[in-house]
Each structure stands twice: as structure tokens, then as C-alpha cells.
Design a protein around this ligand. Structure first.
Ligand code: IMP
Length: 462
């Protein structure tokens, strides 16, 4: 049986804690897309672990698999594995031979392209990890895959094709000197790249990490193992279903779980697909956010923090939520933009992935507010919309139609997590039931604090 975990908003919904909660009963935890752009914090035995690539289940002694839909930076992979080993863990992580490798030049190009776009305020606000450029080369049929690291002849052949091409782009398209990049001095040097990445290949072989992901996972499933498929990022930054171009370059939606692992759509669809919802919204980077409160200068379009700007008025509330929810990027440390819950967005996400259950996080973060707003619909050109329009520009024009809810007071959340759903304040239950009823999807879990113990568990999917 499979359980797939999908972010329903803009990433950072708290997927890691839900994976962590249910992975106790899983045998294998798989990531199916993205790379080391996916910051996740996992609390285990009173310790906090910050990871960006290794599947969080690996902390709990599960087999962690990075599927073929992932892009893997071996530097990050081995750094994270070493960090976990230094802290006394023994992670078992496998990597798909079909997964693509993030090379140093991909990170360089990510940075350059963002700089160029920023001249016209067009930057995406990427994590700078080289994610987009690596997927570009995958689609361009010139990428380097994990399997290539295992074969020196193939690796050299691939590098000899791609590295000079990237060098030429930097020199001729961007007019920069590729040899003057302080952070990545050998990023375009075929011999240096070969040496470093061939060594990763040897290491992957020595540690028996390389797998044929689809076959490995199918065999595990047929042998009765329970699989958990862990999406990174979220629906609204999905390259197909998100607000293009302010998206990541992969598919966090449930379809990505099938192409990114080699398990069939029937297998994924026949299992559970849990949509992870934050009780409000956050966004890292640029792009519209119709329910945004206040703004983060540099990220919120057209906002520079000017006290005269009407946005500034609601910044106090945004700051309160940001501080209460510790809304700063795990990978980048950047302050996250904050907004009210958006039902048209959730309807879109539920349809795209076919959620069978919901996990709603950060219910405790909203405690203490007198009132809460939820966008129940949008208004666009005098018409009411129940879901997101397909273009980002039209989405930016949407005016939220709010419904107001009574707030709830601070509580002893630990006690509530122990006592269960009925112990929640009535106002919080009204809020949650509205979301569940509107989407017609049951709530499986409710997060009321940072660690997995701070969770009201209504349903166990396995
Ligand atoms: P990239 O994935 O680094 O290419 O960044 C593309 C967009 O996705 C940017 O707006 C990032 O801020 C956003 N993004 C990427 N990874 C995450 C994540 O794990 N959480 C939230 N946003 C993310």
C-alpha cells in the first residue's frame, strides 16, 4: 500500500511532520521530485534535524529512496548523510540511477539567471540550488544522471558535451567570465568535475546506494512493504499546476509521484493521497498571493516597505503570525510572506491530486487572534470564481471574498493533542470543519505544535 503526501499550497505546509507521524508504520519513504531546495525540519527524540534532500523517514530508521524524478546534488547528499552519522544515526538511503545530478554549473546558472531577471523585477526568488537549470538539461536530453556517475566512460562523455556548452552560455549569453566565479572556481572544468563526480559514483557504489527505483519499489510493495511517497514543495509551485513562472521545475502534485518513482498511476491512485494544508498561507519568493497580509520587501510584487503603502497596515498582523509560526525558510532563512487561507487554491489542489485525506498544520499558530479571514471565493471582473484562474496574471487580479471566523485563545496544546479532536476549542473546530466540508475530504491529522507529538491523529492511513 502507498501513502502519498502532497503539499496543497506553496510549500512549507509541514509535510515533514506528517511524513514523520505516519512513517512509523511505513517501511520505505520515497521522495519523487525536487532536490535540495526542500527544507524540512524533523524533531526526533528531542533532537531537531534540518534536512534539504535526504527523506525525513531516514531519521526513523526507514529506508529512504530518492526517486528518478529527483535532482540530486551529491555534495548535499553526502554532507547530510555525514551529519546524520555524526549525530549517531545510521541512515539507509538509496538513489535512483535515473535521477539527474545537479552539477556546480547548474547552481551558477541559477544565480546568474535570477540576477538578470531581477533587473526587471522578474526573478522567481529561487532557492539558488540549481534546480531549474538541472531540470532544463534533463528535458534538453543533455543531463548527467546518477547512473552515469557509476560509469567513467559515460560520465566523461556527458561532461565533455555539457560543460563547454554551459561555459559558452555564461560567456556569450551573459558576458561573464566563468573562471572568475569565487564560489565555484572549477564549475566548468571537465577534468575537475570528472574527478569529483566520479568519486561520488564510487561512493554510491561502495555504499550500495544505486537502485532501479521503479523495480525496487514495486518489488518492495509486492513483498508487502508499506511505501510512503513524500512530495516536496506544493501544488501552487508545481510547474504544470502552479502559478507559472513563479514555480519550481517539477511536479509536487500526485501525478509526480508516479512518474517520479516508476510506480504506476493505478498504484498511487489506489492508495491514500494526503493533502497537507497550513491553516494560513505562506510563500517564499516572488509571485502573487491574493490573500497576503503585509508584505516582504523584495518578494511581494511592487512592495518596498514604504509606510504609506496600504499593505504596511496589515504588516503587524503578518509579523505576529510569522513570528508565532517561525515562518523563516529552512533552506534560505528568508522571511516568508504570510496570508489568509485560500479556499479556491485548496479546491484546485484537491482536484489536481485527488486527496483522500487532509492534514491541517499550525492551528496553534493562529491562537490569540480575535478574528480570522478565509477566502471562500474570488471576484474577478465582477464575476465570482470558486477556483484559481489558469494564468498567474489573472490570479494576481483576483480579489478575495472573505468569510470571517471567530478566533480561538491560546491553549494547553500538548493536552489537546493527547485528548483528541473534541478537546479543540469550538472556534478551531468550526474553522477546520468548514475546510473539510467544503472540500468534502476528511481530516486525518491536525498539527498543534512543532513536534510530531503535538498532533491530533484522527485517522491512520495504513
Ligand atoms: P527553486 O525550486 O529553487 O527553483 O525555486 C522556485 C520557487 O519555488 C521559488 O519561489 C522558491 O522559493 C520556491 N520553493 C522551492 N522549494 C521550496 C520549498 O521547499 N518550500 C517553499 N518554497 C519553495
Amino acid at each position: 500500500m502507498t501513502v502519498t503526501i502532497v503539499g496543497s499550497q506553496l510549500g512549507d505546509e509541514g509535510k515533514g511532520r506528517v511524513v514523520d507521524l505516519y512513517s512509523d508504520e511505513a517501511d520505505v519513504v520515497v521522495r519523487y521530485q525536487g532536490g535540495d531546495n526542500a527544507g524540512h525540519t524533523v524533531c526526533h527524540d528531542g533532537e531537531e534535524y534540518k534536512l534539504s534532500l535526504v527523506p525525513s523517514g531516514a531519521i526513523r530508521g526507514k529506508v529512504g529512496v530518492l526517486g528518478n524524478g529527483c535532482v540530486i546534488n551529491p555534495r548535499t547528499l553526502f554532507d547530510e548523510l555525514e551529519m546524520l552519522r555524526d549525530r549517531g544515526l545510521d541512515p539507509d538511503v538509496r538513489v535512483a540511477q535515473r535521477a539527474h545530478v545537479i552539477m556546480p554549473f547548474h547552481r551558477v546558472l541559477d544565480g546568474i539567471e535570477e540576477d538578470v531577471k531581477s533587473e526587471d523585477d522578474q526573478e522567481v526568488g529561487t532557492t539558488g540550488r540549481g534546480i531549474g537549470p538541472t531540470y532544463e538539461d534533463k528535458a534538453g536530453r543533455r543531463g548527467v544522471r546518477i547512473g552515469d556517475l557509476l560509469d567513467p566512460d559515460v560520465l566523461r562523455e556527458r561532461l565533455e558535451y555539457i560543460a563547454p556548452q554551459k561555459r559558452a552560455v555564461v560567456e556569450e549569453v551573459y558576458g561573464l567570465d566563468p573562471d572568475a566565479l569565487e564560489e565555484y572556481p572549477d564549475a566548468f572544468d571537465v577534468d575537475a568535475l570528472f574527478e569529483e563526480f566520479r568519486e561520488y559514483g564510487r561512493r554510491i557504489e561502495r555504499e550500495d546506494m544505486a537502485v532501479n527505483a521503479g523495480a525496487y519499489l514495486s518489488d518492495a510493495r509486492e513483498a508487502g512493504k508499506r511505501l510512503m511517497l513524500e512530495g516536496a514543495q506544493g501544488t501552487i509551485i508545481d510547474i504544470d499546476h502552479g502559478n507559472y513562472p513563479f514555480v519550481t521545475s517539477s511536479n509536487p502534485t500526485a501525478g509526480g509521484a508516479t512518474v517520479g518513482t516508476g510506480l504506476s498511476p493505478g498504484v498511487i491512485g489506489g492508495g491514500e493521497v494526503i493533502g497537507i494544508v497550513k491553516a494560513y498561507l505562506t510563500r517564499v519568493g516572488s509571485g502573487p498571493l491574493p490573500t497576503e497580509l503585509g508584505g516582504v520587501p523584495g518578494d511581494t510584487p511592487g512592495y518596498d516597505g514604504d509606510p504609506e503603502n496600504p499593505r504596511t497596515e496589515s504588516e503587524e498582523l503578518a509579523t505576529e503570525i510569522r513570528e508565532a509560526g517561525d515562518e523563516y525558510g529552512t533552506v534560505t532563512g528568508r522571511p516568508r510572506r504570510v496570508g489568509w487561507l485560500d479556499m479556491p487554491m485548496l479546491r484546485h489542489a484537491a482536484r489536481a491530486s485527488g486527496f483522500t485525506g487532509l492534514a491541517v498544520n499550525h492551528v496553534d499558530t493562529l491562537a490569540g487572534l480575535d478574528e480570522l479571514e478565509v477566502a471562500k471565493a474570488y471576484e474577478l471582473d465582477g464575476e465570482r470564481l470558486e477556483t484559481m484562474p489558469p494564468t498567474t496574471e489573472r490570479w494576481a487580479d483576483c480579489e478575495p471574498v472573505f468569510r470571517t471566523f471567530d478566533g480561538w485563545k491560546e491553549q494547553d496544546w500538548e493536552a489537546i493533542a493527547e485528548d483528541g479532536y473534541d478537546a479543540l476549542p469550538a472556534e478551531a473546530r468550526a474553522y477546520l470543519e468548514y475546510v473539510s466540508d467544503d472540500l468534502d475530504i476528511p481530516i486525518y491529522a491536525i498539527g498543534v505544535g512543532p513536534s510530531r507529538e503535538d498532533t491530533i491523529v484522527c485517522e491512520r492511513p495504513y
